[in-house]
Design a binder for this molecule. Structure first.
Ligand code: 5CA
Length: 445
């Protein structure tokens, strides 16, 4: 992509309405534009990152054996009356009437819809286990939408639902989701710690939230600092293997880590004092096991091995896809702007031409652009006739992890400059070597 043709409405000033750094930087980097409270348009740069995050979620869901599908955003109130949640959900639910005066709603989550689909088509235990998920827009009329995409009213969420014959099978689905989520967040450059939480309007007793530690987080959390030493890495997990998933679950959830809703001071005090931490966190996901809560009231039964109908055991599992942009920026920025982790960066590297219009510099940039593109990489080429300082400031603000700077002086010696956004370190190398290094970095992801 050439910056001269790109729609990147960067702001020079800090927007007054933004209270936290991620919101400020997303507005300044031209990623989003608010349309009304908690509702945003996604401009090209923001949309690109949203898609990258979404793709990682899809890939990891696929790896875990879960099936993608899509359910409507506007749903009939009758379905929600069946589960009793039409009334229970309260003011957070956006209620709509259609032209025939029928009650509709904009879906805040989709347990009812998926249960209805399930009961219409699945009749036998032989069709279990089954896990389906979608990545779809949700609406919750939050009392205090704030912090940009962190607490929106309209937001993008991955929501997955498992159907199993027994509690044991459903607990395996729960563990499998936990394992796949650990991998998902790590690929985005995040450490998200599973913490025992409260289930709220979704229901059930077993639930973990995934929290990214950040001062601006909305949740207060208590944990044993040893949990921050755990990493999932590139373990080769067989997601159908019950013992393997249970072992990972145990490893990541045995040490004390809880949100304020479930915090237990007496238990916490058993953690060695120097490891007892209180902090704030951003909830980027949550998994639930709620047994037969929906299947009983909505009559989602299957014929069991003995021929008798049994309600299925269910769970649901969410990832805050749009919120993740904010969480990643909170975790990865400096005073100049965003620093994207390689896994989610909108463009793999920037090319800065220090002397646009200079024949040699232009040709060198074009050649770099071609070689990178031929390797399947996406560079963002700043080909504008602007001062070098302005170009560097834009690149730093939008946070591409690597920058190649091309100028007549370097080219005389056959070199360009390769700079890491994270460390600020630069090296003068040949254009060929710069391309090779960048390609190796992304190939290793
Ligand atoms: N049905 C379940 C699991 S799919 C569910 O709705 N879970 S949830 O309520 O915990 O939402 C899942 C994730 O969506 C949360 O962990 C959070 O990361 C994200 N989320 C929730 N509310 C908002 C909001 N107002 N703005 C942005 N993201 C949100």
């Amino acid at each position: 992509m050439r910056l001269s043709r790109y729609f990147l409405p960067v702001l020079k000033e800090n927007p007054a309405e933004a209270q936290i750094v991620s919101h400020r930087l997303m507005l300044r980097a031209g990623m989003i534009k608010q349309s009304s409270a908690g509702i945003y348009s996604w401009l090209p740069l923001g949309f690109k990152v949203l898609r990258k995050i979404e793709n990682i979620v899809h890939e990891e869901q696929h790896r875990a054996g879960h099936m993608p599908m899509l359910m409507p955003t506007i749903q009939s109130a009758d379905l929600w009356r069946e589960s009793g949640r039409y009334d229970d959900y309260g003011e957070e639910m956006l209620r709509i009437k259609d032209r025939n005066d029928r009650d509709m709603l904009f879906t805040p989550t989709a347990e009812e819809m998926i249960t209805d689909i399930f009961r219409s088509h699945v009749g036998s235990y032989k069709d279990l286990p089954l896990t389906m998920y979608q990545i779809q827009w949700k609406f919750r009329d939050e009392r205090r939408p704030r912090f940009g995409v962190m607490r929106g009213r309209e937001f993008y969420m991955k929501d997955g639902y498992n159907f199993d014959l027994t509690k044991e099978d459903a607990l395996h689905a729960y563990n499998r989701h936990l394992v796949s989520y650990l991998r998902t967040y790590e690929r985005m450059g995040l450490q998200a710690i599973p913490m025992r939480a409260d289930s709220g309007p979704i229901g059930g007793d077993d639930t973990h939230e995934f929290l990214v530690l950040a001062e601006t987080g909305e949740s207060e959390v208590f944990y044993d600092s040893a949990v921050t030493d755990l990493t999932f890495g590139d373990r080769d997990i067989d997601y159908d293997n019950v013992e393997q998933c249970a072992a990972v679950m145990q490893e990541f959830t045995t040490k004390y880590a809880r949100t304020d809703e479930t915090h237990d001071e007496a238990l916490f005090n058993q953690v060695p004092e120097d490891r007892r931490m209180t902090a704030r966190g951003i909830e980027v996901g949550q998994i639930f096991y709620f047994g037969t809560k929906y299947s009983e009231v909505m009559k989602a039964t299957v014929q069991g091995p003995d021929g008798k109908p049994v309600p299925v055991h269910m769970g649901s599992h969410g990832i805050g896809v749009s919120r993740l942009l904010g969480a990643i920026i909170e975790a990865s920025h400096d005073d100049k702007g965003i620093i994207w982790p390689e896994g989610v960066t909108p463009y793999h590297c920037g090319i800065v031409n220090l002397k646009q219009g200079d024949e040699e510099a232009d040709a060198a940039c074009d050649a770099l652009y071609k070689s990178l593109t031929a390797l399947g990489l996406e560079p963002l080429y700043d080909d504008r006739k602007e001062r070098a300082g302005g170009k560097f400031a834009t690149m730093d603000l939008i946070g591409l992890p690597w920058r190649i700077t091309v100028g007549p002086r370097g080219l005389k010696n056959g070199v360009v400059e390769l700079t890491s956004r994270r460390t600020g370190e630069s090296e003068e190398i040949t254009p060929e070597l710069a391309v090779q290094k960048i390609s190796e970095i992304y190939a290793a992801l």
